[in-house]
Design a protein around this ligand. Structure first.
Ligand code: NAD
Length: 386
């Protein structure tokens, strides 16, 4: 008897993946937050109309492909979610990109409830999902992996069992490190080429036959930039999410990823600039927009001498949150405090001193009277030039 399957999250990836399972003659029940996607799935021969909790009592394997870690956590662990309502023996496969820590948390709850969990993030984009050629990197028990391999072979072509729970996402986030950097690299290359009078078409043709060739550049150029159409695909918001997860993973392991961190900062600025819902290839548009701002960018060092140590202690979290917003808006170059307790220094990127002053006066440290400030234009001798 063929296995009965459930697929939760019929988005850009989930819908074509679930459709391929229907084509492979599985009985598949789809669930999506917005009902139009469920209708599209029913039109493709899938079934719908049952909740995740009901399906968790009935099917053999339940799969998810959801956007954010919070969605994944809610679907698996929420009161009306899969694990509190599922049956013993149920196999769970999560294709979403989330942190290895969240995978381990869900796997532990699944185990307690007598279920089995695999993290199985994918790579290869919507084209790979349509064609069933995704790479699938799986963490969890090998025996469970072997049991569901025929299903994984329908959605993907290159299927890997990496190791213990969470290890699929370790590899996936490392993949995203390079996707994020290559996205920024391809965007810079195209914008610089244009500024130097080389057409994007010529550049793509030549670089694709040279060492600069990259699968991400090729994807961004042929599927989006060339067509001047930026509907996702893979939303920039999701790549930003991945870079944030990556940053935490790298930090926990004590491994600096300077280029990855910088690519994450650029994505955050693009997100703040309104590009979040577009495809990640719109980083090209964002870089072009930045390049077209002809006004010169200058650096300003803002010295924040200690005024009230107690207040500084109290308002430090708010000050740091404020700086994070500035970083996301692309205004912050660096920040840090003096080890002797005398204050701190924030370096901003701005067009003029008035602009910096208007930002500094919103800093909770200044608003609350914890620090005073001095602004000095600063000549950067060596560092990131952007
Ligand atoms: P998407 O936003 O297109 O699709 C997600 C779907 O989940 C949406 O249809 C949404 O309505 C649905 N959803 C959200 N919360 C739900 C809930 N509680 N119950 C039911 N449905 C819910 O996202 P996507 O591009 O398909 O990406 C999904 C995951 O796969 C993400 O983690 C992403 O990082 C990863 N991924 C995407 C790509 C890509 O190219 N798009 C490639 C590899 C990995």
């Amino acid at each position: 008897m063929t296995m009965k399957l459930a697929f939760i999250g019929l988005g850009n990836m989930g819908l074509p993946m679930a459709r391929n399972l229907v084509k492979a003659n599985y009985e598949v029940y789809g669930v999506n937050r917005s009902k139009a996607k469920e209708d599209a799935f029913v039109n493709a021969g899938g079934k719908a109309g049952r909740s995740a909790a009901e399906l968790a009592q009935d099917v053999d394997v339940l799969m998810t492909c959801l956007p954010m870690p919070a969605d994944v956590e809610k679907v698996f662990l929420g009161d009306d979610g899969v694990i509190p309502n599922g049956r013993k023996g149920l196999i769970l496969i999560d294709f979403s990109t989330v942190s290895p820590d969240l995978n381990r948390k869900i796997a532990a709850s699944a185990e307690e409830a007598g279920m089995f969990f695999l993290d199985a993030p994918v790579s290869g984009g919507t084209v790979g999902a349509e064609q069933g050629t995704l790479s699938v990197m799986v963490g969890g028990e090998k025996a469970v992996f072997d049991q569901v391999l025929p299903i994984l072979e329908v959605v993907g072509k290159n299927i890997y069992h990496v190791g213990a729970t969470g290890s699929g996402n370790v590899v996936k986030l490392i993949n995203q490190l390079m996707v994020g950097i290559h996205t920024q690299a391809a965007s810079e290359a195209m914008v610089l080429g244009e500024a130097m009078g080389v057409s994007k078409e010529t550049l793509h043709q030549i670089l694709s036959a040279s060492f600069a060739q990259s699968r991400i550049y090729d994807r961004h150029y042929t599927q989006f930039v060339q067509k001047n159409a930026f509907e996702p695909g893979f939303a920039l918001n999701l790549l930003h999410k991945d870079m944030t997860l990556l940053e935490s993973m790298a930090q926990e392991s004590g491994t600096p990823i300077p280029l990855g961190s910088y690519a994450g900062t650029m994505l955050a600025s693009a997100k703040a600039g309104g590009f979040g819902d577009k495809d990640m290839s719109s980083m090209y548009l964002y870089n072009k927009e930045r390049a077209s701002v002809k006004t010169e960018r200058k650096y300003f060092a803002v010295f924040l001498p200690m005024k009230d140590a107690e207040k500084s202690q109290i308002y430090r979290p708010q000050h740091l949150a404020f700086l994070e917003e500035q970083r996301n808006a692309g205004r912050l170059f660096a920040n840090g405090r003096f080890a002797d307790g005398g204050g701190g220094l924030v370096v901003y990127i701005a067009q003029n001193e008035e602009e910096v002053k208007s930002w500094v006066e919103q800093d909770p440290y200044i608003v609350q009277g914890a620090r005073s400030y001095e602004i000095h234009e600063w000549d950067l001798v060596k560092g990131h030039l952007f």
